[in-house]
Design a protein around this ligand. Sequence first.
Ligand code: NAD
Length: 281
Amino acid sequence: MILIDGKKAAAELRQELKHEVTDLKAKYNKVPGLTVILIGDLTPSQIYVRNKEKSANEVGLKSEVIKYPDSVEEKTVLEKIEELNKDETVSGILVQLPLPKHIDKQKVIETILPSKDVDGFHPMNVGNLSSGYESSVPCTPLGCYLLIKKVEPNLNGKKAVIVGRSNLNGKPMTQLLLKENCTVTITHSKTKDLKAECLEADIIVAAVGIPELVKGDWVKKDTIVIDVGINKTDNGIVGDVDFDEVSKKAKALTPVPGGVGPMTIACLLKNTIECFKRSQI
Ligand code: NAD
């Protein structure tokens, strides 16, 4: 069984991106900039943002975090985004989710210029991705995609089963694998026989939020299994895949932690650099 090392893959990607930033700096005399807006004091969000900032600095991006208290008015946030949209030193804007209830998430997402939307959540980017055009791609599925390609560069005709249909993970994952000529089945909470669907798969991507949902007898040998889940349990953090069981069956599997998670941030940096490059044309 191949244990897909997301930490190592992310470190390699950051190294590549660091070289790219050096080259861009030599060519344009400026570097891509990432601005993150953090609202409130949720501990997980603070940790994510700190890690994003650290990684951005590591690859040489210009990075800035703008913090607001929970009580900030929606108008203040939208005005700040408008200001950042016009700022040429800002290549990418990310508003850390979740947001306080009084702030309309969709309004925030749609205020970010599609060309600076490093999360790939703007409807324009969602549409472009599903039409097969150039777009920002949500960071977690992009990371999953890069990990799958490391194990299996040619995905032509492979059967992929995506468990979970969220806008954040399942749906964009489907589009990425369709582009690679996979035959993709997207499953969800109303799917009749999830085990039977998974047993057909050459690739399984589980993004559900249910601890150890995918079992060993749901998986063929030779299946590549990507576990997106991050679930807090009494036994610590576990994924959506039963690691002990599935690792005995699958061809390749991502661990949790140390699989998809580290790739998500590296892909955010990659998206920022892509936004910068597109803005220079
Ligand atoms: P979500 O709650 O938005 O979506 C979950 C999906 O799972 C839904 O489409 C639902 O239909 C489906 N589902 C629910 N119960 C099911 C069942 N019994 N069988 C089949 N499908 C079922 O979740 P999300 O935002 O996509 O996140 C999924 C998981 O991924 C969570 O554990 C989250 O913490 C994790 N996550 C990890 C990263 C990372 O960087 N590794 C990033 C984002 C999310």
